[in-house]
Design a protein around this ligand. Structure first.
Ligand code: ADP
Ligand code: MG
Length: 635
């Protein structure tokens, strides 16, 4: 990946090179010509000192007036000025020179990471080609910003353009590349009637799309918001570093002060040479007093981890969730739409005293306002036109079914427990599958109208997803479902889940999850965002999958899998663990080197050069290590 330095960074690089050359030249001069008086060298070394440090000095002075004495720039100024005062001119220049090298490196690393996450997420559409109808009825195309397009407008999308808004293709066919959102590189064929998602790329054909929402509500706008706000949710490790930095600097600075004053007084010797020895050692402390390596590298690691994950189509809403995923030992799944496709095929219709067509008609009308996968499938099975005006009041009964007023009559459509509730004289079906019972409730009695048998399929990737989780050491996999016992059992056995619970209402799912958590399990709940928002919110980490186009999932989950592939869960676990490991490496390594230099410095073994090299070296290494988080492939 190429990175172009900004003008500011280039200018800093020039200053560093000039100062470094002058520093080397004058140091050589100083070694060769020992007779030249010290004040000449003072003046000479002041040149590179000012070249490299004028801005640091200026900020330091300004900060003094604002009472910010423990600011790193102030400390570096103090350390370098101290070195000049004790006659160590080259060291004085070196302190600021290497400080600036570190700052430059940091700014390049942060800039590069931000840029590459933005590039990965290069999904923000710049414009939309809106079809505008003129007064005389003719149409023309106008390029407008996506924010200006109203819901229900028709837009034209040409090959190579980003799809600016969510919508349905009404004319033309094409292939679409969703890799920026899902990490999936295989293009998808699209024909009229298919749904297109904003932020994906139109590859081959020209097509007309009727928009299904405004830009602010679009998938792309929601994802961008999510990625942009992810750095607000800090991990414990980040908060720890912030608190640590708060007391680390003052402690080291006070130690430096004591080191400069106490030993000489204690030893009772006050000759200039002794003073300058101890002041020199104290200056080493000042150089090491900046916790920059930690303060920069820890958030950078999380940021790159989140960036690397987004490249795989795994959107993580904050570093705290990344941390929580790395600790998880139990994954709890919803069944429908998560482990199974959620696309039910109608297998059979068993009516009771009415015709099959009538039963399907009533079921489809009752379900016509529901977005539940069962509802969607029933409506699809009903090929004729649905006259929605026949439907009056509709109520969704989560985990059970729906109640709807059709032609003035009261109908209940759902599972056995819903039938029990209304007192229908229902019976089980001998066929395997999810059974949708239909009953009409009248003032004096309840009429059972029959049932529809639908079947769902297990997703092809589900078995592998469980296998991969077992491989990364998560062996506790639980399925919670509102469906019947026999279906739950067969799915759980096929997928080799460690346990399952059937016939649960949404609130029962929350209870089951709380049980697990009360037993000390660190849980991930994976759902599809349809009536499982309460469980998503309860789990330590809520993962919603299949978020392309589903608002509910993007909003209620902590982590969003853009495609429907449950294998990504294990991938998310691996990325998070690796990121945490890198964070820990950085913390331990930076602290170890700092402590070592402090100890060696106190005993006069580490001189200023070692301190300066050590400090910047640690910063550079820690940053380089952080950037590895970006490249974790999860494989
Ligand atoms: P899951 O836990 O598998 O995701 P839900 O909690 O959404 O399932 O629903 C549980 C059960 O309630 C379903 O298996 C179905 O029998 C019934 N049900 C829920 N919603 C509907 C609906 N809209 N139409 C018919 N039946 C439904
Ligand atoms: Mg569900």
């Amino acid at each position: 990946m190429k990175y172009k330095m900004t003008r500011k960074q280039k200018k800093m690089l020039r200053r560093i090179i000039i100062a470094a050359i002058l520093l080397v030249a004058f140091t050589v001069l100083k070694v060769i010509f020992k007779d030249i008086p010290w004040y000449v060298f003072l003046l000479l070394f002041l040149i590179p000192y000012l070249v490299i440090g004028y801005d640091v000095l200026r900020t330091a002075v300004i900060n003094i007036f604002h009472g910010q004495l423990l600011d790193e720039k102030f400390l570096m100024t103090l350390a370098s000025a101290g070195a000049f005062a004790t006659g160590d001119f080259p060291e004085g220049v070196a302190v600021l020179l290497f400080f600036q090298v570190g700052e430059l490196f940091e700014s390049i690393a942060v800039g590069r990471t931000r840029k590459s996450v933005a590039a990965l997420m290069d999904i923000r559409p710049d414009y939309a080609n809106l079809i505008v109808t003129d007064d005389d009825g003719s149409e023309h195309e106008e390029t407008v910003s996506p924010e200006e397009v109203a819901i229900g407008s028709v837009i034209v999308i040409k090959p190579g353009e980003k799809i600016p808004l969510d919508g349905i293709i009404i004319e033309g066919s094409t292939t679409v590349n969703t890799s920026a959102l899902t990490g999936e590189s295989l293009p998808q064929d699209m024909v009229p009637g298919d749904k297109v998602i904003s932020g994906t790329l139109n590859l081959t054909g020209v097509c007309k799309v009727r928009t299904s929402g405004v830009f602010a509500e679009s998938t792309v706008a929601k994802i961008l918001e999510l990625v942009e706000n992810s750095s607000d949710n800090k991990a414990q490790a980040e908060n720890f570093i912030t608190r640590f930095a708060h007391w680390y600097t003052p402690v080291v600075v006070i130690s430096a002060l004591l080191l400069a004053v106490v030993p000489p007084l204690f030893l009772g010797i006050t000759s200039g040479e002794v003073w300058s020895t101890w002041i020199g050692r104290a200056l080493v402390f000042l150089v090491v007093s900046c916790p920059c390596a930690l303060v920069v590298s820890v958030p950078l690691s999380f940021f790159s981890g989140i960036g690397g994950a987004s490249r795989e189509g795994i959107l993580i809403k904050g570093a705290n969730y990344l941390e929580a995923v790395s600790r998880a030992d139990t994954v709890v799944f919803d069944k429908t739409g998560t482990l199974t496709k959620g696309a039910f095929a109608v297998d059979d219709i068993h009516p009771n005293e009415i015709s099959s067509a009538e039963l399907l008609d009533i079921a489809a009308l009752a379900e016509s306002y529901s977005s539940h996968p069962i509802a969607v499938s029933v409506i699809q099975a009903h090929h004729d036109h649905l006259d929605k005006s026949r439907v009056g009041d509709v109520k969704e009964i989560a985990g059970k079914g729906v109640r709807a007023v059709i032609d003035g009559d009261d109908y209940y459509v759902g599972n056995g427990s819903l039938m029990d509730e209304v007192g229908a004289d229902w019976h089980e079906c001998h066929l395997t599958g999810t059974i949708i019972h239909v009953a009409r409730v009248m003032a004096d009695r309840c009429e059972y109208l029959g049932h529809i048998i639908v079947n769902d399929e297990i997703k092809p990737e589900s078995a592998k997803a469980i296998e991969e989780l077992n491989k990364v050491g998560i062996s506790n996999t639980v399925m919670l479902t509102g469906d019947k016992e026999d279906i739950a059992k067969s799915v759980a056995e096929k997928l080799k889940l460690s346990s399952y619970h059937a016939k649960l209402l949404p609130q029962d799912k929350v209870e089951r999850l709380k049980d697990l958590m009360a037993r000390g399990k660190k849980t991930i709940f994976v759902g599809d965002g349809i009536n499982d928002a309460p469980v998503l919110a309860t789990a330590d980490v809520g993962i919603a999958m299949g978020a392309m186009g589903s608002d509910a999932a993007i909003e209620s989950a902590d982590i969003v899998l853009m495609d429907d592939n449950p294998v990504k869960i294990a991938k998310a676990v691996m990325i998070s663990r690796k990121t945490m490991q890198i964070v820990k490496e950085n913390i331990v390594f930076s602290l170890a080197v700092k402590v070592l230099i402090l100890v060696l410095g106190a005993f006069g073994i580490a001189n200023m050069w070692l301190a300066v090299f050590g400090d910047v070296g640690v910063l550079v290494l820690a940053i380089l290590n952080s950037l590895r988080c970006f490249r974790i492939s999860g494989k």
